[in-house]
Design a protein around this ligand. Structure first.
Ligand code: SF4
Length: 426
């Protein structure tokens, strides 16, 4: 009986792909080793979004080789796609698997050479029925991106838009519901571009509508969507469909039009605000979360101030704040006017303080309100209380029995802080 172990870096899509690989290896008789155990086979699903991700990927390769010198080491993921040559030269790497080959990884490492040449992109063949270690399940419906934001390497490693067939999506959702998942999170490299490669045959709102009618699916969430892809019919669908979460993760990156243009982001700050105000006019207390990058080349104090002002105006419930980092191979890497590391650090700290204040203000709206919480399988490590998320993605801690895990319960919110809320089970 062979054992295997997985190391996954990067985004939700990578986590989904690792799960698909996990299930295909299990079908080949592999058993997952527990973390302390040295496994016979290691699969490292790498990320290349920044230089640091490349470095971390290499560190994990060296670490597993030290942990079990006789193990088979398989490297896949975006860094393997971006720089297979470097990885192949590293000591102890047995297989470098491309994105297209991922659906055949189990056969390749089992040396079933018949499956060596992939016939289709793996997006059409990877599938899951569980999501190990998670209470909510990610469902990948799209791969690739054609936006070419000037700081981003992803389109160069994941290629253009590839949309999964609605039938495959439906069957996968049914498998996940069958496995007991109450919440499904639709994900992709560029989710909002779903269907763009199908001449309009398939559209994201149609997939959402199709899945929202599945019995047993209590919540459907969108992982992230670009502001230009938020259409009126999508907003109406979310407003009118009880089990679709009123939570929109809409990457902003910058609140200044000059910087947005240098980023090759295809919207203006006023358009961004207009779309979110349109959502606010149709949905009760929608939750907006976002990604913002500080320190982009050419960013002066006035540009940064515009970003701060816009974030305050929107009132995000949660912000992911990233420092610009040079990514060789992207247009931004060659741009003049790079910001001083000290400046970037200061701006990140300032924006994090703003993010805390507005997240706190957003959560205060739910004080003394009863909210629906999907209870996580793991208790909160610090307090040992039950914890879970509302449909507006607010983390809630409360006292409660084990039986409440993986179910949706009602909790009255009695206290909030910038990071989470506390309450009493009703
Ligand atoms: S939308 Fe922009 S940031 Fe996102 S993956 Fe595509 S190119 Fe990268």
């Amino acid at each position: 009986m062979k054992t295997c172990a997985f190391i996954t870096l990067g985004c939700k899509v990578n986590q989904y792909e690792t799960q698909a690989i996990r299930e295909s290896l299990a079908a080949k008789g592999f058993v997952e080793a527990n973390p302390e155990q040295a496994a016979d086979l290691y699969v490292i699903n790498t990320c290349t979004v920044t230089l640091i991700s490349d470095e971390k990927s290499r560190q994990h390769i060296k670490k597993v080789r030290r942990k079990n010198p006789r193990a088979t080491v398989v490297v896949t993921g975006c860094y393997a796609e971006a720089d297979a040559k470097t990885i192949k030269k590293m000591d102890g790497v047995d297989f470098v698997i491309t994105k297209a080959e991922e659906a055949h990884l189990a056969e390749i490492v089992s040396r079933d050479t018949v499956h060596r040449i992939p016939t289709q992109d793996s997006i059409y063949n990877l599938k899951i029925s569980h999501f190990a270690g998670h209470t909510k399940a990610f469902l990948k419906i799209e791969d690739g991106c054609d936006m070419y934001c000037s700081y981003c390497i992803i389109p160069y490693v994941r290629g253009g838009i590839k949309s999964r067939r609605p039938q495959d999506i439906l069957e996968e959702a049914k498998r996940l519901i069958q496995s007991g998942y109450k919440e499904i999170i639709l994900t992709g490299i560029h989710l909002g571009a779903y269907g763009r490669d199908t001449q309009g045959n398939h559209r994201l709102p149609d997939v959402i509508h199709m899945l929202s009618n599945l019995s047993g699916l209590e919540r459907l969430r969108l992982s992230s969507i670009e502001v230009n892809e938020i259409t009126n019919d999508l907003i109406d669908l979310v407003a009118d469909t009880k089990n679709v979460c009123p939570h929109f993760h809409v990457p902003l990156q910058s609140g200044d039009d000059y910087i947005l243009e240098r980023m090759n982001r295809k919207y203006t700050e006023s358009h961004y605000v207009e779309v979110l105000d349109n959502i606010r006019s149709k949905i009760d207390v929608p939750s907006f979360t976002t990604d913002v990058m500080v320190g982009f080349p050419g960013e002066k104090d006035v540009h940064f101030d515009n970003t701060v002002e816009l974030c305050k105006k929107v009132g995000f419930s949660r912000m992911h704040i990233f420092s610009f980092s040079v990514r060789e191979g992207t247009p931004a890497a060659k741009m003049p006017d790079h910001c001083q590391p000290q400046i970037i650090k200061q701006r990140k700290a300032m924006l994090e303080a703003v993010a805390n204040d507005i997240a706190f203000a957003y959560k205060k709206q739910f004080l003394n309100k009863v909210v629906a919480v999907l209870v996580e399988a793991e208790r909160d490590h610090k307090t040992n209380q039950l914890c879970g998320y509302t449909e507006r993605y607010i983390k809630v801690l409360f006292e409660g029995p084990e039986i409440a895990k993986n179910s949706i319960v009602s909790v009255r919110i009695e206290e909030v802080n910038p990071s989470f809320a506390m309450g009493t089970l009703q």
